[in-house]
Design a binder for this molecule. Sequence first.
Ligand SMILES: CCC/C=C/C(=O)SCCNC(=O)CCNC(=O)[C@H](O)C(C)(C)COP(=O)([O-])OP(=O)([O-])OC[C@H]1O[C@@H](n2cnc3c(N)ncnc32)[C@H](O)[C@@H]1OP(=O)([O-])[O-]
Length: 741
Amino acid sequence: MARYARVKGSIALITLTNPPVNALSAAVRRGIVESVSRALKDEQVKAVVFCGENEKFCGGADIKEFSGSMSGPPLVPMIHSIEAGEKPMVAAIEGVALGGGLELALGCHYRVANTKARLGLPEVTLGLLPAAGGTQRLPRLIGIPAALELITTGRHVSAQEALQLGIVDQVAQGSAVQAAMELALSVIGVCVCMLCVYVVCVCIYCVCVTGQPLNPRRLSLRAPVWAPDVDGVCDAALAQVKQRSRGAMAPVACVQAVRAAAMLPYSKGMERERQLMDTLFRSGQARAMQYAFFAQRNAGKWSLPNGSQWNNTRARDVQRAGVIGLGTMGRGIAVSLVKAGISVVAIEMDAKQLESGKKAVTAMLQRDAQRRGVSPPLHLLTFTLSFHQLRDVDLVIEAVFEDMNLKKRVFSDLCKVLRANALICTNTSGLNVDELAAVTDRQPLVVGMHFFAPAHVMKLLEVVYGSRSSPEAVATAMALGKRMEKVCVAVGNCSGFVGNRMLKLYLDQSVYMLEEGATPEQVDQALEEFGFAMGIFKVSDLSGLDVGWRVRKASGLIGPDVDPVKPSRWRLGRRYCPLPDMLCQQGRFGQKTGRGWYLYDSPGSKEAKSDPEIQTFLEDYRRKYGIIPRRITSQEVIERCAFALANEGFRILEDRIAASPEDIDVIYLFGYGWPRHRGGPMFYAGQVGLSVVLEKLEHYHRVHPDVPSLEPSRLLRRLVAEGSPPIQQWKSHIKNLRSHL
Ligand SMILES: CCC/C=C/C(=O)SCCNC(=O)CCNC(=O)[C@H](O)C(C)(C)COP(=O)([O-])OP(=O)([O-])OC[C@H]1O[C@@H](n2cnc3c(N)ncnc32)[C@H](O)[C@@H]1OP(=O)([O-])[O-]
C-alpha cells in the first residue's frame, strides 16, 4: 500500500500507508515499486518525494513477515531501482525512519527530516543486520566509525544528530514533506525563492543549488571507505561488541558487514551483507529476539480473568503521587515519577533519613538533567515527615522496609489521611498484596507496583493484582508505569509474584551445586557464557546477601532450633542449603561489606575477585557433611538453572499468576538480565525442545528426590503429551486448572 499523487505540477508524492508505523510489508513494497515505475514513466514528473502516512515515515521491514515465507518484491532491488532512477528522489522523514525505512531513505538522493524525527538501524536488536544495503550505504555516507557505532548498537538518533552526522541534508522545523518538495523543486531547477526568473544552477538570491547531477548522490557508486586506520577501528569494534554482546551473533556480523564497506566495492559488499544476513536470519537468536520484540508489546495488552483488559478499562489520571520511604527503592521511584512529570510528596519517618533521601533524589535528578541539557524538575518535589501532606495525592507508592507488620501499619495510617478514592500501591517484592489490602478501607484500590533496583534505571515493573483489586486500579498502575517508561507486566498475587518466585528456585539450584562440588566462579562463568550480564553469585553480592537472610528468618526457615555448628540441610520437608546463612553469620553480606561469595577491595567496590577463604570454607563444609565433591559441567549448570526456572514458569501459568509465557519471558528479560538473544526462559525451553526439558528434569529429579521443585510440572507434561506445540499455543492448553483469582 502506497498512495501516488502528483503535486506542484512536477512532483510525484509517494505515501507509504500501512499504519501504525508504515512497515514495509509485501503490499507496501509492491505499492512502492509500482509508484516509482509510474513516476519514472510520467513525463510531467520531474522529481519524487517519499513520505509516510500519519507523519511516520517508516518503521522498517514488517517484522511479522519474518516468520513466514516472504513474498512480494524484495527490498534490496526495490531500493536499488529508487537510487538508480533518473529523477531526483527525496525522502521526507517525519516520526521515524528505522531499519528498512532508513535504508529506503539512504537509497534516495536527498533526505529531509522534521525536528522531531528519529532515525536508526535497529536490526541488531532483532538479531539481524541492516541487509537492505544499510551496512554498505551508511558507512559511505558518514564514515566507518560512526556507522559502526549506529549499526552495532541500533541506537536511534535525533534529526539534529542525523544532520551533524550527515545522514540527512536538511532539518525542517515544520512539515518535512513540504520542505522535501521545496528541495526537490530546487534540485530539478525550479528555484522556489520566487525572486529569480530563470532556471539557473545557483540562484543568487537564496543560493539554492539547482540542476544537480545525481551520480554523486548515489551512495552505491561511492568507492569503499578505506582509511589507514580502518582495520584497527574494526578490530576495536569487534572486541567491544564481543565483550558487550555475550554470545549474541548479530553485533559481530554487523562489524563484519561494515568492514566489507571499507574494503570491497559496493556489489561485493552487498554479497557479504547478504551472506551474513542469511546466517543470522536462520539462527535461533534472530527468532528469539523477534519473539522478545512482540512479547514486550503484548505485555502492555493485559487482561484479567474477569474479562477486564487494557482496551476496555479506563486508567485514572495521576497528577500527584506520594512515595513512602526514601531508601534505595523509594529514591528511584521518586526520581522516575518526577521525570514523568508527576508531582511527588516524598515521606520519611525521621529527619535524618529524610535529609539523606532528599540529597540523593536531588542529586540523581540534577545528574540526569545535566546529561540531557535541561533544568532539573525539582519544583515537582516536596519532602516531608508529615503524612498530612498526602491528603490530595491521587496515588501513593509505599516503599518501606520489606516487613509485613510495618507495611500494614503504614497502610492503615494512610487510610486516615488519603482522599477516599486515592490508590494505595505497594512496592513489596513478594509479600501478600491481599493481606495488606485487608487492613485498608479500600481493597479495590490496592495493587502492587513491584519495581526493580535501581528503580530509576531498571525497566521492569510487575503490577500485582490482588483478589479484590479493581480493573481501574490495575489500568491506572499499568498506565502510570508506562508513563514512567517502564515495561509493565500484570501478574497475580502469590509469594514472590512471577519474577522472585522463579528466582528462588534458580538460587536454590546454584547453591546446591556449590555443595556438590562447584565454585561460585564456575557457576557464574557458565551463566555469563550463556549470556547473562552477571552470574547469580555476583548478582547476589550486588543485591546484598542479608536481604534473603532476613526473609528466610521471617519465614521461619532459620530459628533458634537450628544447630549453629552443623545446621540442618533438610527443612520444611525438603533439601535446604545453609551456605548463604553461614556466610551472613560471618558478616559477609556482599559488595556492601567488601566480602560475600567474592572478595572486594573495599566495602562498596564493584570488582569481584576470587576469595581463597571461600574455597576453604566450601571444602570444610563438604567434609563436615560427608559430601564427596564432583565435577559439575557448564552444561549441568545451565540445565539445572534454566530448566528449574522454566519448570516454575509452567507452574505459574497453571496457577494463572501470569497470563502467558511471553509475560514471564518479558519479566526475565527486563528484570533479571536474561539474555535477549535467548528469548526468555519459557522461549528457551521451547527452543531446546519441551521433551528434552522434560527428560532432563526427570533425570535431575531422580538424582535429587529431596528437591520437589525439580519434579516436572503438570503443564510441561501435558504439552509434551500433546506434541510440544509452539509457545504461542501453550495458553490454550491450560484448562481446568486452578486459578488464584
Ligand atoms: C532485508 C531486511 C532488512 C531490514 C530489516 C528491518 O527493517 S527490521 C525492522 C527494523 N525496525 C525496527 O526494529 C523498528 C521496530 N519498531 C519500533 O521500534 C517501534 O514500534 C516504533 C519506534 C517504530 C514505534 O514505537 P511506539 O511505541 O510508538 O509503538 P509500538 O512499539 O507499540 O508499535 C506499535 C505497533 O506497531 C507494530 N510494529 C512496530 N514496528 C513494526 C515493524 N517493523 N514491523 C511490524 N510491526 C511493527 C508493533 O508490533 C505494534 O503492534 P501492535 O502491538 O499495536 O499490534
